[in-house]
Design a protein around this ligand. Structure first.
Ligand code: FA5
Length: 342
């Protein structure tokens, strides 16, 4: 019997040496220590042995059982450790000290100019407001003194959703909500993306950015409006820029103006960017119409205010010398990468 135990032990050790995987170790455990395993069978056979033999043989078989259990356990741990090491060694290695490739992204010129304006206006006490790109008819038109069938809606054809909401055609659509939110006195700017059904050309896109600004207080006049417009332009361009103010009609201001900027692409000689006029419409503005104040719950006899709707995308064109507005939405990385180090 002793010999049988020794042979089984040797056989077990040989097979254990060959086991290379967790599955092989488990198969070995079952074949020696499982319900019908070789060691278990030896233990079962003890019942036929005499009392003395049973004691002695039992001791050896149990030692073999313990020995096999311990070795299998060690083997499983060894295999696990080796698998982890293999994984670690095969994983991609990075050398963090290597110089990086210079292909990081960059802000678009529109974001750059928007941030610059936000700094300028916040230094003058304006808050910066965010507003939804999807608005309702009241916000986009009615609250701005543009009732249904008003001809001013013709230039604001846009994308209507099935529920009657619209993609906002101008940042003025936020005026009513912001006036209601804060009440007077109030200074705020609200940049945002606008959408119009537009036949595109060098200065018109279907999707473009504007930045609205409003200031409401007692005794606000056109002089305040002109001061802020001049201040903004001289800071953005860091030089003198020729501007002209001419009457303009917008139902939500009275009086209303068009503020044009001398085209910086052609220097005023005329080019496709300014439709050969030498001037580019940049920032319509005016004194907020009393009806608009009333609809926002503000008493027009007590408060007055100005509003402007700056064409942010066009301002970026002028500041960075981009000749065609369509370049901004073209996804052409070559043109955008020029602004990487701004
Ligand atoms: C408006 O959108 C008025 N809400 C602006 C306003 C605000 C007037 C407050 C008075 C008081 P207008 O449609 O002109 O106005 O657009 C304003 C500016 O947005 C334009 O001067 C131009 O710079 C820019 N803009 C308008 N349409 C486009 C377009 N299709 N592509 C690029 N820029 C545009």
């Amino acid at each position: 019997m002793q010999e049988r135990i020794e042979r089984l032990k040797e056989q077990f050790e040989t097979e254990l040496n060959k086991a290379r995987t967790g599955e092989a170790a488990e198969a070995l455990r079952i074949s020696y220590l499982g319900k019908k395993g070789a060691v278990t069978e030896l233990l079962k056979g003890l019942k036929d042995a005499s009392n003395d033999q049973r004691k002695e043989i039992g001791l050896h078989v149990n030692q073999l059982k313990k020995y096999a259990e311990t070795l299998i356990q060690q083997k499983v741990e060894e295999i696990k450790k080796a698998e982890i090491e293999k994984l670690v060694n095969s994983a991609e290695k990075y050398d963090v000290t290597l110089p990086s490739e210079d292909n990081v992204g960059s802000y678009t010129p529109i974001t750059l100019v928007q941030r610059q304006l936000e700094e300028i206006f916040s230094s003058m006490g304006f808050t910066i407001e965010d507003f939804s790109e999807i608005v309702n008819d009241y916000q986009c038109f009615e609250s701005l003194n543009i009732p249904e069938f008003h001809p001013a809606r013709d230039t604001h054809d846009t994308y209507y959703l099935e529920n009657g909401q619209v993609l906002k055609t101008h940042t003025s659509a936020a005026q009513n909500a912001i006036m209601r939110k804060y009440g007077p006195p109030l200074r705020a700017i609200f940049p945002g993306r606008c959408f119009r059904n537009e036949s595109t050309d060098a200065s018109h896109e279907t999707t473009f950015f504007q930045m609205e600004g409003i200031m409401i207080d007692k005794d606000i006049s056109i002089s305040n409006l002109i001061y802020f417009m001049k201040k903004m332009l001289s800071e953005v361009f860091e030089r003198d820029v020729k501007v002209r103010l001419r009457p303009g009609f917008f139902p939500f201001v009275e009086p209303g103006f068009e503020l044009d900027i001398n085209c910086l692409i052609c220097g005023g000689d005329g080019c496709p960017s300014c439709k050969n006029s030498g001037w580019l419409e940049l920032c319509p503005c005016g004194m907020i119409h009393p009806n608009v104040l009333k609809m926002a719950g503000i008493d027009p006899d007590e408060y007055t205010g100005f509003a402007f709707g700056l064409g942010l995308t066009r301002l970026a064109m002028m500041k960075y010398g981009v000749k065609d507005i369509r370049d901004f939405n073209s996804g052409n990385l070559k043109s955008l990468s020029q602004f990487k180090h701004e």
